[in-house]
Design a protein around this ligand. Sequence first.
Ligand code: HMG
Ligand code: MG
Length: 308
Amino acid sequence: MTLPAVVPDPSFPDRVTIYEVGPRDGLQNESAIVPVEVKAEFVHRLAAAGLPIVEATSFVHPKWVPQLADAEELLTFLDLADASVPLPVLVPNERGLDRALAAGCTHVAIFGSATETFAQKNLNSTLDGQYAMFEPVVKRALEAGLDVRAYVSMCFGDPWEGEVPIDQVVDAGRRLLDMGATQLSLGDTIGVGTAAHVGALIDAFGAAGVGVDRLAMHFHDTYGQALANAHAALRHGITTFDASAGGLGGCPYAESATGNLATEDLVWMLTGLGIEHGVDLNALVATSVWMAGQLGRPSPSAVVRALG
Ligand code: HMG
Ligand code: MG
């Protein structure tokens, strides 16, 4: 059996957008440096498998994330002008934006923290300082006609600060959206969230005037909760989910962060629920099996293991 039986749940959305982060969130955490040609093939294969948007890389400091130091070269390989789907890149600051503009990017993402400690660890900034860093980035990106996404990390828990209050997350998210970002992706960076917590966070954003149409969910699977959390978010009307092919991923500045929600596991669940997603599961599994071969270790995704 290569696809589940389809038994729709009428209370769920009809269609979901999967925002693929494997080449960025997945590969930023690999101890081995993946050759640029392999990264380019990975991105091409993900787009060919039907993923409608593929986050390609980051214009961060190469000393901070050496795995993505080849960002310019990768984008040359990818030929942005000819790309079949948008290929967003992360930019933390104006230097990152300059690099993204020079490379011809059309979609960028800023990435803020909900906590003071992680702002320090990930951005070398205070919590307030991160907003000062992002403000000119968003302004200039919008003036240049770019699409701007914002992430907020540590939305459920933080390895240094423990549980993160929902109000604190809503405050950080609102400040990033108020700068003009079109979408806010709520990151469970270390995978500690559980289903009712997910619902409570989405409801709190709703009460603060941020509807589900402006939110995406970004789950990591550290405690095996990513798919359950995605199910809870679907029930709350979320229609954009970040996922990483083969379950690659983590954050080099949050030690307990492991792989993202595997795109294949999400696709299997959505297919069974009769929710449209546009992804060819067999092509995607073949891509993750190939990538696992390149990395020299098996994929942690249950669906890749079952079908691969
Ligand atoms: P800093 O060291 O404070 O930077 O790093 P600075 O502004 O003091 O500048 C120092 C030097 O770095 C200068 O060069 C700058 O030009 C250069 P010098 O004058 O000394 O020769 N520089 C840069 N070079 C290239 N590209 C740049 C850049 N910026 C400055 N963009 C900085 C501050 C933000 C740059 C650093 O902390 C950094 O790069 N952090 C990125 C960390 C990262 O990528 N983390 C992973 C992504 S976040 C994540 O995974 C979570 C997410 O998935 C959601 C979730 O799961 O929750 C999104
Ligand atoms: Mg992440």
